[in-house]
Design a protein around this ligand. Structure first.
Ligand SMILES: Nc1ncnc2c1ncn2[C@@H]1O[C@H](COP(=O)(O)OP(=O)(O)OP(=O)(O)O)[C@@H](O)[C@H]1O
Length: 363
């Protein structure tokens, strides 16, 4: 379980730059075994939030609890020890070039003082788990991006963490490697009962694997919850990013937004408007997808015909449980582009200070 209670992180002013409030009073709870996403535009505080969970950054104020232990009450030695219960994977893998896949997975176990026989056993188990047993002797340069991330996952899991933090873990991968890594994360979550906190700017990743998500804006949580709740809320800014259907100017008819759930499917809306009323209906945007095992969607219709009949029909549809409303151009922000490059990394302390001893560390 991860619990953040009113957590704030302020980076002090430096070299002429003003102070930055990166995380601004976040309260968040991720249950044992939950797969939770944190999304937001570049600079909204996602990575800082992830680094606060394992105290790579100490919060300026607030409380961080992982697995029942209040990390913010621990001294630096206590935090180093507790950090073993929190694995982390990164966009650029952070593997040691000079070591083989097996050597990389073994590294944190060496640092933790695990004996040689046990180390070897766990390395073999972990490489097997991520499907890379036959590449144990390969060096990172000989592996694809997806394989490197699998090694990084094996390394993160070798110390048997309770929590796995994934910071843009698929952002450097092509779509098929992304799908493979997400499948693997889903599988290890199920097999090992892990709690996963996944930081991403890619909505497709959230739709594919998360049970819940929060939307960060300027360091604050502005929306969130189980995806099945979020996607059923017509005015959710997070749903507008997960299944975008923004109203754009340039359509002849009246715009109607339909929120699609299994309890409120779009069929009745289309049958009523087009079939019963004979209005001219065109789908001008949106999508319907399976998320968290259920069918959800947001559709934007352009409806041409008698205005008064349309209003009466929308009211009747709402009374019958359909989620419909008039939309006007610009009433919700356009989606962030999935391919949007995250901003350059700010200078940060490394994941594991002792990795710095290695001359070939990649960051
Ligand atoms: N070590 C640091 N020192 C100063 N400012 C920092 C530091 N780390 C992050 N920031 C600032 O905090 C804000 C949030 O940054 P953060 O990297 O957490 O956002 P993000 O949502 O992860 O962005 P991205 O998706 O681009 O990685 C930004 O304004 C960033 O410049």
């Amino acid at each position: 379980m991860i619990e953040l209670s009113d957590v704030r992180k302020v980076f002090p002013a430096r070299r002429g730059a003003a102070e930055v409030v990166a995380v601004d009073g976040v309260t968040l709870s991720v249950a044992d075994g939950e797969f939770a996403g944190v999304v937001g535009r570049s600079g909204s505080g996602k990575s800082t939030l992830a680094r606060l969970v394992n105290l790579l950054e100490r919060p300026t104020s607030g409380r961080v609890t992982v697995g029942g232990r209040v990390l913010t009450d621990l001294d630096d030695d206590g935090v180093r020890e507790a950090r073993r219960t929190v694995g982390m994977i990164f966009q650029h893998f952070n593997l040691l070039d000079s070591r083989t896949a097996a050597g990389n997975v073994e590294h944190p176990l060496e640092l933790a003082g695990v004996g040689r026989v046990e180390r070897r056993r766990r390395v073999a188990d972990m490489l097997d788990l991520v499907g890379l047993a036959d590449r144990h002797a390969s060096r990172p340069a000989q592996l694809s991006g997806g394989q490197k991330q699998r090694v990084a996952i094996a390394r993160a899991l070798a110390a048997r963490p309770e929590v796995l933090l994934c910071d843009e873990a698929t952002s450097a991968l092509d779509p098929s490697s992304t799908a493979g890594v997400l499948d693997l994360l889903r599988r290890v979550r199920a097999e090992l009962g892990l709690t996963v906190l996944l930081i991403t700017h890619e909505m497709a990743v959230v739709r594919a694997v998360c049970d819940s998500a929060v939307l960060l804006e300027s360091g604050r949580v502005v929306d969130g919850g189980p995806l099945t709740d979020v996607l059923a809320r017509p005015h959710s800014p997070l749903a507008a990013q997960l299944l975008p259907a923004p109203a754009l100017a340039g359509h002849d008819g009246d715009l109607v937004r339909v929120t699609v759930t299994e309890a409120a499917p779009e069929g009745r809306v289309l049958r009523t408007l087009a079939g019963e009323l004979g209005l001219d209906v065109e789908v001008v945007g949106g999508s319907v997808e399976t998320v968290a095992g259920r069918r959800f969607g947001r559709l934007l219709l352009s409806v041409t015909g008698d205005d008064g009949r349309l209003d009466a029909a929308l009211q009747r549809l709402r009374d019958g449980g359909s989620l419909v409303e008039r939309a006007v151009p610009g009433d919700e922000p356009p989606p962030w582009r999935d391919e949007e490059e995250p901003a350059p990394e700010p200078v940060r302390e490394p994941y594991e200070p002792r990795f710095l001893d290695a001359p070939d560390v990649q960051r």
